[in-house]
Design a protein around this ligand. Structure first.
Ligand SMILES: Cc1cc2nc3c(=O)[nH]c(=O)nc-3n(C[C@H](O)[C@H](O)[C@H](O)COP(=O)(O)OP(=O)(O)OC[C@H]3O[C@@H](n4cnc5c(N)ncnc54)[C@H](O)[C@@H]3O)c2cc1C
Length: 308
């Protein structure tokens, strides 16, 4: 699978990589922003065993590391990523362990968990996870969710791989909060989650259909990362941005969505620099007007957010 590109700088020991890999792999198509230059090396483990071996190999390399799931919450530098990117999307599997418990691999699409497990069994809480793109691993890392709840609420435990081997964390509310968790240590990767669901009395399919319809009406379609900023306590980032008159502001191919002001769209061949310009503009304007520091929800890779 090597590209054979002359500019490829071989990493020490690429011959020992324990899973499929690509050198100089373009990141933009693997992200929902369609933005980002090449990764020096991308690894594609296809099983838990390959993931453990590939991650152990990656952690041993003298270059930076990045984990990429569905790429729906990342903004990656136009220069790309100068190290190893471990892509989880080949890591699939949902195992029914009985008693409403399911073991789900990190690379499973979150929507498949919702439709094929929660909806099929009419488990409670579908409204928390409906319409969120990306993988289960990415969702657990972000504690993705909605006003109705978030993914960690359904987790019993997670299996992590780190420099000292596998580790299982039993989930408890003190380990996660609004779009964040504290159980993942540096150099650890989420391998799988063990979910425990509860049968619902309400029809979950109706709830699912309702929220899918709502997203169609309230969210713009196109290349983006969803909400760029977390909501500050007691307020909405979108409301603050709109009240600063920033709706529809453009930079290069990027625009602050006129439909939902907390979305910055890649409308036409936007660069990472275009989107970052708008992110900085929003942060500076909201800080100057309201004294509120908006915290990005999107993970910015290979660039900094300094407000000059
Ligand atoms: C149209 C749209 C709507 C959205 N709506 C919502 C919403 O309603 N609620 C919400 O919470 N989010 C929303 N998002 C954001 C995004 O979908 C979620 O954050 C999603 O859970 C990210 O999953 P991913 O697999 O795409 O992660 P990625 O974007 O690939 O990665 C996100 C972060 O997770 C880390 N990561 C990924 N997998 C692993 C792993 N296995 N182990 C360790 N770290 C990992 C990455 O390193 C990165 O830091 C939306 C995005 C879009 C484009």
């Amino acid at each position: 699978m090597k590209t054979g590109d002359e500019t490829t700088i071989p990493l020490p020991g690429t011959g020992a990589i324990p899973c499929p890999f690509r050198e100089n792999w373009l990141l933009a198509p693997a992200t929902r922003y369609r933005i980002g230059g090449p990764a020096r090396l991308a690894l594609f483990p296809r099983s838990t065993e390959e993931l453990q071996a590939a991650w152990a190999w990656a952690v041993g390399q003298p270059v930076p590391r990045l984990i990429l799931g569905g790429g729906s919450n990342v903004l990656i530098s136009d220069a790309g990523f100068p190290g190893v990117v471990l892509v989880t999307t080949e890591l699939r599997g949902i195992r029914d362990r009985g008693n409403h418990r399911f073991l789900v691999s990190a690379g499973e699409p979150l929507d498949r968990l919702v439709r094929e497990v929660m909806l099929r069994n009419n488990y409670a809480g579908v409204g928390a996870l409906t319409g969120i793109p990306g993988t289960v691993g990415g969702a657990v890392f972000m504690n993705a969710g909605t006003v109705n709840g978030a993914i960690c609420d359904f987790l019993e435990s997670v299996l992590l791989f780190g420099p000292s081997g596998p580790r299982t964390v039993t989930m408890e509310p003190s380990l996660y909060g609004y779009r964040q968790q504290s159980f993942l240590m540096p150099d650890e990767i989420i391998a799988e989650g063990s979910f425990h669901f509860t049968p619902a009395s309400e029809n979950q399919q109706e709830i699912y259909d309702h929220y899918i319809q709502r997203r169609k009406e309230k969210q713009p379609g196109g290349w983006c990362c969803g909400s760029v900023f977390k909501n500050p306590p007691g307020d909405h980032a979108g409301r603050l941005i709109e009240s600063c008159g920033l709706k529809g502001v453009r930079r290069g191919g990027a625009v602050i969505s006129p439909v939902h002001t907390n979305f910055i769209m890649n409308e036409h061949q936007a660069t990472c620099r275009d989107v970052l310009y708008l992110i900085r503009l929003i942060r500076r304007t909201v800080r100057d007007r309201y004294g509120i520091e908006l915290e990005p929800e999107v993970r910015i890779i290979g660039e900094t957010l300094d407000l000059d």
